[in-house]
Design a protein around this ligand. Sequence first.
Ligand code: ADP
Ligand code: MG
Length: 452
Amino acid sequence: MGREELWNRCLEFLKSKMDAISFSIWFKESELVNIKEGTLVIRVQNIYVKDHINLYYTELLEEMLEHCSDITYSFEVVIQEDIDKSEVKEEVIFEEALDLPKFKEDNSNLNPSYTFDNFVIGDTNRFAATVGLSVAEQPGKVYNPLFIYGKSGLGKTHLMHAIGNFIKANSTKSVLYVTSDTFISDFTNLYKKDEEKYELEQKFKDKYRNVDVLIIDDIQFLGGATKTQDEFFNTFNFLHQGQKQIIISSDRSPDDLKVLEDRLKTRFNWGITVNITPPDYELRLKIIKNKIAGTEVSTLIKPEVLEFIANNCESDVRHLEGTINRLYAVTAMYSPKEINLEFAQENLKDYIGNSLYITNNIAKIQKAVAEFYDLTVENLKSKKRTANINKARQVAMYICKMTTEETIERIGLEFNRDHATVIHACDKIEDEYKKSEDLKNEIKEIKNKITN
Ligand code: ADP
Ligand code: MG
């Protein structure tokens, strides 16, 4: 196999593992420029691409090498400048023999770039991540099934792949990831006429019953077809009885899955149900920092831009990611000296609207209130209900409601509370405000702090 063939094969592999846009941004222009002492030297177009690949794709590249060749290669991502600088440039380069092709069977459908390592944890997904890790460490033993639910773009698929990848890396257990759509189409294919029904059924059973861990994504689409539900029910029972791990995700809780039969819902409740809710401001900030860590962007970006993005990409991590990718792209395109607010607003406007509010008002108020009462913002967001924390929290909610445009829901989200709690707090403080001169002064002072 020649160099070109090897590299084509690598690119095919990458393509099959990534979505088309990511592939075209990060790998389409890459070239295998050399093979030196067991290392593939991969040239990419600029420093941003290099940083990004080194940050997010090393595991995938390792997997690619493992998959595409029998020789154990390592790799190095370079840009032209690195090649120019390299002292060994003039040396005659010894290109090693490329050996036999190898394609290992891996039918798990797992995306290696979704791992626990890059799953950022905050208040809104901590429970799900913790339970997920327990399942990953003890598949089939602790929580079975594991049912993960939450709105779109909050990390359910990522978490499921992370569990699958963990199991694959740390045990010999076999894992299968499918969406419920795939399950449905595999099942409907059984009724095509051109192959022996028996053979098809065997194939189907081989695929779904011969695994240690079955991951089914977006189960809400299983609705409607009762025959498919029957088959899923049977598959579920078969695996569960054999103590095989089942992991399911859905955009709503088992009880709200109206189209599913009760006997399935009952089974989903046998194990554990975890909910992922939209990330709060802190988690959004953490995710952004995590995604840009170690890259050129992180050295150029001003802190207020981080706040700006965290503040404007409100409730969905997928959107947040899209915005960050856009930031990479425009940074690569314009090479700004720094990424300041003006640059971000101008270039991200299609992504996060032309919103003018820049700082997070709620976060600001929380900080001011916490400082005023000698507490921390964490105190305010915690479940703690001691008198002083409770009061401070209610005051903070009240000020948020009175001085910002934020909805009650949004305020609640930033305090880890539901909307009824916010209303109750605001009513209570409003009442006291009328009676207590002290409280009036406190609030006045806090407001002064915020506006200064
Ligand atoms: P869902 O399946 O709930 O719709 P995904 O798992 O597809 O959401 O997540 C959308 C995107 O956001 C993915 O690229 C994922 O990697 C990313 N993402 C979601 N949650 C996190 C997190 N906690 N840390 C890092 N990335 C996350
Ligand atoms: Mg998903």
